[in-house]
Design a protein around this ligand. Structure first.
Ligand code: GLN
Length: 233
């Protein structure tokens, strides 16, 4: 039986026109749908260019090409986003989104741009682009996805990586993303929450404050098949 919850869970996908490569906007859909299937009222709000950032429990930032990434960072720095995160909102950030949250990031040509400074991380330009499968160990789970980025991210001393890289590069070939307070960040596209439904549920549980009943959707079955394909025979 789904548990009845009266509060509305607002999920805001930020600037999907700028930060939405590889269908990352789908992360919002996955969160909203998995919440609704457990009896939670979820409201999914895309926040387009020029719109005010509404109050939300979860903000989503996707990947983006260098130019749109810079513009998105500029717009977010002038918005209420930082304040809302400081006030306790949860953030799930992918690739360009992950880079923007840090102190600075470098894009083509090695020019360095100021990030939002919400997390003690820095992204410099790597020597080559990382394109391909990305798998990482996150606790007793395997995160699956793919990456396409030129950035190389260094975590500050107090920042924990999100996962240990099994395939691909992530931040630096050893670890992927970061997890700090209410911020979850990874280099994995997919959309990552569609490919890794367990992660969508972890994010929801962290916001709702209780454990969700397991689900057996097609996404959950596909995830199990992907993990089986990755295991050594
Ligand atoms: N523009 C950034 C980079 O190349 C992020 C790319 C992305 O979001 N896929 O590093």
């Amino acid at each position: 039986m789904a548990r009845e919850v009266n509060t509305v869970l607002t999920i805001a996908t930020l600037l999907p026109d700028l930060l939405g490569t590889y269908g990352d906007g789908g992360n919002g859909l996955v969160l909203a749908q998995r919440a609704r299937q457990r009896g939670v009222h979820a409201l999914l709000v895309p926040v387009e260019l020029g719109q005010e950032i509404p109050e939300a429990s979860i903000y989503l930032l996707g990947g983006g090409e260098d130019g749109p990434q810079r513009l998105a960072c500029d717009l977010l720095s002038k918005s209420s986003f930082k304040q809302r995160v400081d006030n306790g909102a949860t953030v799930v950030a992918v690739c360009a989104g992950l880079q923007i949250l840090g102190h600075s990031f470098s894009v083509e040509g090695n020019d360095r741009y100021q990030g939002l400074g919400l997390v003690d991380v820095e992204t410099t330009r790597g020597t080559s682009r990382s394109v391909g499968e990305l798998c990482a160990r996150v606790g007793d789970r395997t995160l699956v996805g793919f990456e396409n980025h030129g950035g190389h991210t260094t975590l500050g001393p107090g920042i924990s990586p999100f996962g240990q890289v099994l395939r691909g590069r992530g931040n630096d070939g050893a670890v992927d993303g970061y997890r700090t307070g209410r911020i979850w960040a990874t280099y994995a596209h997919g959309p990552v929450l569609a490919l890794n439904p367990w992660l969508a549920d972890l994010v929801l549980e962290s916001v709702l404050g209780y454990e969700l009943e397991p689900m057996q959707s097609v996404a959950d079955q596909l995830y199990a098949e992907r993990c089986a394909a990755l295991s050594p025979r």
